[in-house]
Design a protein around this ligand. Structure first.
Ligand code: SF4
Length: 285
């Protein structure tokens, strides 16, 4: 939780839940590359597991009351300049994950955010099926200041996008992160149903390759469909693969988040809520 975050498309983060039961990137039995699980394992007391779910509702009210932000309030993130404070809800967990009771989530997290009507919020889950059921059970349509999304790493998880698209919401987003394979962009970003796409390669010591052509293809699709797109990072192992034998690694530092190192065609950082400002944001490159 923090009023400040390095995440390039948010100002702040809040995690009213800690722990997660896992996904394709990490499981209690096999481990994996999940950053939140790695941080937990590094600093948590012995004998505990990232799979243990803890509910921390007391974190929500301070976040809701954080001061408003406006123009000039997003240092180092000029693509957010016209936005209010953007809070990422649950960047180190999955608030719709197994083990988080939906009635608790409504009472202590979602209802207070809706009632306050402050800030813009980003909600991201790998359990889009649970997000959809939660939304239908509450007879809710997510308002415009709360963007709800799901993340997919390969086409094997595309059913998440189908659940997302059936979730009543004003603004839906898909995170292709970490991007681990080519995407059928018609399936993962249907025009008119998905309103923002974030793309990023995998980072960390066990990062897998991310082919820059996968990213370029996703950008081109979004551009043609007028879907704002945000390239977050190229990952620790960005490659250009012409055929199985011809691979060129791009030289980037750490997780490849400095867009000055990127091929020009990939330098795109557009935000949702700013449709009219997409061109202005693109000109920042
Ligand atoms: S759902 Fe998110 S927090 Fe949970 S294991 Fe997967 S990547 Fe980590």
């Amino acid at each position: 939780m923090g009023r400040m975050t390095e995440i390039q498309y948010a100002d702040s983060t809040v995690n009213p839940v800690t722990g997660c039961r896992g996904c394709e990137l990490w499981s209690p039995e096999k481990g994996g590359t999940c950053y939140a699980a790695a941080m937990y394992t590094r600093f948590a007391p012995a004998g505990t597991s990232f799979a243990d779910i803890h509910l921390l509702p007391e974190r929500m009210q301070p976040a809701i009351r954080w001061p408003a932000l406006g123009p000039g309030g997003h240092p180092g993130k000029p693509w957010m300049d016209e936005l209010p404070r953007v809070v990422f809800l649950g960047d180190m967990t999955d608030v719709f994950g197994a083990g988080v009771p939906p009635e608790w989530l409504w009472a202590h997290v979602v209802a207070p955010v809706l009632e306050a009507g402050r800030h813009n919020w980003l909600v991201l889950t790998k359990r889009a099926d649970r997000l959809r059921r939660f939304t239908e059970d509450q007879d809710l349509t997510w308002p415009a200041n709360i963007a709800v999304g799901t993340s997919v790493t390969t086409m094997a998880q595309s059913s998440r996008v189908r659940h997302l698209c059936r979730t009543p919401a004003t603004l839906r987003w898909v995170a292709l992160e970490p991007l681990l394979g080519p995407m059928d962009m018609e399936a993962v970003a249907p025009p008119g149903q998905v309103h923002w796409v974030v793309i990023g390669g995998e980072s960390g010591p066990r990062a897998r390759e991310c082919d820059m052509r996968w990213i370029e293809r996703a950008i081109n699709h979004c551009s043609a469909a007028k879907i704002p797109v945000f390239v977050k990072q190229l990952g620790s192992r960005p490659v250009v693969r012409r055929d199985p034998r011809t691979v060129r690694f791009l030289g980037v530092k750490a997780k490849g988040a400095d867009w000055r190192e990127w091929p020009p065609a990939l330098r795109v950082r557009q935000m949702p809520w700013l449709r009219g400002s997409v061109l202005r944001a693109a000109k920042l490159v």
